[in-house]
Ligand binder design. Structure first.
Ligand code: UT7
Length: 322
């Protein structure tokens, strides 16, 4: 019999400290109105000085483990999507394994696809399960974007926030993860990037640089294409999708994708107002919110989609089973 993967539990975590648009407007030349109108963002959460990406991942993972009703020892693979790892190495996934006290020596690694990271990590975990190489995977998107934000650059600092989201993905006879579609195009590296890097020079700027309006236009067009591709490849109509669970970057990008799907905004999970763009953490944060408040129910068909630095983009089609 074919092996499939199902999400059996979700969890998320946002650091305690909230920075509102009003607070930001006291530091740079911007206004709450401008930020809300152009992005839909009202506030972001910021990790404490001593709080790292693996700490956020740990808190979200514990909640997902509890929701799935498993023991941490049952996990046989950990995949963490992050652009803001605690260290150059070990990977954040290895640090997380240690924090969870997992002694079964399961493999653990990070995936780097910036804002598309969660979809990439979910696709990776799904393929491990389908291949019979794992049966219970912890998939996490976790970021401390505040650490690579230039808080004096109003053109993009207004966008970023910290947070983490996690899911437990388990082997099953019936398909939960129906399909994933991933893409990348390295030609656009200069539109959205961080200059510093281990091999390029850690002394270079470690702040996100973005040509916002160009990224915006390409994001909308590319997400349109991934919606078409996902529906066609899986022989679905727009109306078959119950919930759009998009990457939370900008409400105007989310609205454009919803329009493409002919969906009213009450079928779209929106959390960008509360936590801003948390990169790889944003989809599992939104998913966990809508699962816990009862919006997402067994039998629903979810379309997750993301676009980010690289450029990378992708989608995951998930039948909700729990
Ligand atoms: O998640 C990964 C992928 N990233 C994204 O998807 C982000 C995509 N980009 C965006 O979300 C938007 O481009 C931004 C929110 C970053 C910027 O919004 P925009 O509507 O594209 O604004 P813009 O950069 O074209 O700037 C429009 C105007 C400019 O003024 P002038 O030249 O028209 O006088 C900017 O100087 O708004 C000005 N501006 C601001 N004003 C107040 C730019 N940033 C700010 C600001 N506050 N924070």
């Amino acid at each position: 019999m074919k092996i499939h993967a199902q999400i059996t539990g979700t969890g998320s975590y946002l650091p305690q400290r909230i920075m509102t648009n009003h607070e930001l407007a006291q530091q740079i030349d911007t206004t709450d109105n401008w930020i809300v109108e152009r992005t839909g963002i009202r506030q972001r959460h910021l990790a404490a000085k001593n709080e790292t990406t693996s700490d956020l991942a740990h808190a979200a993972a514990l909640r997902a483990i509890e929701a799935a009703g498993i023991d941490a020892a049952d996990i046989d693979l950990i995949v963490v999507a992050t652009t803001t790892p605690d260290l150059v190495f070990p990977s954040t996934a290895c640090l997380l394994q240690q924090k969870l006290g997992i002694e079964n020596r399961c493999p653990a690694f990070d995936v780097q696809a910036v804002c598309s990271g969660f979809v990439y990590a979910l696709a990776t975990a799904d393929n491990f399960i389908r291949a019979g190489q794992a049966r219970c995977v912890l998939v996490v998107g976790a970021e401390t974007m505040s650490r690579i934000t230039d808080w004096s650059d109003r053109s993009n600092c207004i966008l970023w926030g910290d947070g983490a989201g996690a899911v437990i993905l388990q082997a099953s006879d019936t398909a939960g993860v129906i399909a994933t579609h991933l893409h990348a195009d390295g030609r656009y590296r200069d539109l959205l990037h961080v200059e510093a890097g281990v091999s390029s020079g850690l002394e270079k700027s470690s702040a996100v640089r973005m040509q916002g309006s160009s990224v915006f236009k390409i994001a909308v067009k590319t997400l349109d294409e991934i919606v078409d591709e996902t529906l066609a490849a899986n022989h679905l109509q727009k109306s078959d999708i119950t919930w759009l669970v998009p990457h939370q970057a900008n409400i105007r990008i989310i609205e454009a994708t919803a329009k493409k799907l002919g969906m009213s905004m009450d079928r779209v999970v929106v959390t960008v107002d509360r936590h801003a763009n948390t990169s790889a953490a944003s989809i599992p944060l939104a998913l966990d919110t809508a699962v816990r408040d009862g919006r997402i129910r067994a039998g629903d068909l979810l379309l997750m989609e993301a676009f980010g630095g690289g450029f990378t983009w992708g989608s995951a089609l998930v039948k909700w089973m729990v």
